[in-house]
Design a protein around this ligand. Structure first.
Ligand code: IPE
Ligand code: IPE
Ligand code: MG
Length: 247
């Protein structure tokens, strides 16, 4: 029996987040330029989006470009932005056909204009879709998001002194980019790195973490299904004890 058939449909992670890492090393291993790895990373994205939709995952967040990634060589950044535009163009029909709703998190206003325009159009076009919600983290970092939330709370309360008791989890979350999106149940990172790299710090407080050595361009549906099976073996206790969970 393959991984997919073993998955318990009653215990699916509602939201999976992925740190797609290892494109550069994948290309280097093949004696190629880093951008060759990014291009092949798009194939993995296509397969994983399809796989997540197939088994009924509701939300999939993909870390595609961090605020720190601006520190890479300009040539690589330009190539990544170009790839983003060409991918939007080539994938639009498939996303619509597969009932995928596209969203973004991160400072999209800081992206090149043409990228922002394309994204906005595709977000509008897919906004009524009821299948998988695909969230691309672009020009995203968790510290940026949290500071941005604090700034907006201050802005919104300029005229009145804010009542300290108002600052609840729900209130704060309503200022995050991920407002209305449930926290990830499962966070996957590829390429054998064991770090979070400024991704969803607030939201992953209780996520199950899964690390794999597979480099992102090699990542496919069976890898995703294997991670979900591993997730399903775990007991999420949220601070309680096992007996409370099982009673
Ligand atoms: C992930 O692969 C893609 C992005 C961060 C845009 P990398 O480009 O980080 O590949 P490695 O980690 O250098 O192998
Ligand atoms: C994290 O990967 C960012 C994305 C996957 C977009 P990096 O390759 O940038 O992370 P570090 O710098 O190795 O931690
Ligand atoms: Mg990397």
């Amino acid at each position: 029996m393959d991984f997919k058939e073993k998955i318990d449909k009653n215990n699916l992670p509602e939201h999976i987040a992925i740190i797609m890492d290892g494109n550069g090393r994948w290309a280097k291993k093949k004696g190629n330029q880093r951008i060759f790895g990014h291009k092949n990373g798009v194939k993995a994205v296509r397969d994983v989006v399809e796989g997540a939709g197939e088994i009924g995952v509701k939300y999939l967040t993909l870390y595609a470009f961090s605020t720190e990634n601006w520190n890479r060589p300009k040539q690589e950044i330009d190539a990544l932005m170009g790839l983003l535009v060409s991918t939007i163009d080539s994938e639009t029909d498939t996303l619509i056909k597969n009932n995928v709703r596209l969203m973004t998190i991160g400072d999209t206003e800081g992206l090149p204009k043409n990228v922002g325009i394309k994204l906005k159009k595709l977000i509008e076009k897919t906004s009524q879709n009821k299948g998988l919600t695909l969230i691309l983290a672009l020009n995203y970092s968790a510290r940026w998001e949290i500071l941005n939330a604090v700034k907006n709370i201050i802005k919104d309360n300029k005229s009145t002194e804010i009542d300290e008791s108002k600052i609840s989890n729900d209130f704060f979350e309503s200022y995050l980019n991920t407002k209305d999106i449930p926290d990830p149940d499962l966070l996957i990172r590829t390429s054998g790195e064991y770090r979070i790299s400024n991704f969803l710090i607030w939201q992953i407080a209780y996520s199950e973490l899964y690390f794999t050595d597979v480099l992102w361009p090699d990542y496919r549906k069976p890898d995703l299904f294997e991670a979900i099976l591993d997730y399903q073996k775990r007991e999420r206790r949220f601070g309680k004890i096992s007996e409370q969970i099982n009673s």
